[in-house]
Design a protein around this ligand. Structure first.
Ligand SMILES: [Zn+2]
Ligand SMILES: [Zn+2]
Length: 76
């Protein structure tokens, strides 16, 4: 889910998308927002996430509101 936060810029209120500042490996400004199946193999639920474009990294930061599908699959 895309969340927006209120940001004051030069006296004007704008809405900015919540995004992590750095990938799990610490690269700043390299995250590319995307939407799709959770990159965690055992989950796969659609979510917002960010893929790091730094050379040789490819780490992903997942929306912190995303709840991974719990294993087992006995519900429902
Ligand atoms: Zn990275
Ligand atoms: Zn997930």
């Amino acid at each position: 889910m895309v969340r927006l936060i209120e940001v004051k810029r030069r006296g004007k209120t704008v809405w900015a998308e919540v995004a992590p500042e750095a990938c799990p490996a610490g690269h700043r400004g390299e995250l590319v927002p995307t939407y799709g199946g959770c990159p965690t193999a055992e989950c796969g639920l659609p979510t917002r996430y960010w893929r790091c474009r730094a050379d040789g990294c490819g780490d992903v930061a997942i929306d912190d509101e995303h709840v991974h599908r719990s294993g087992g699959g006995t519900s429902r």
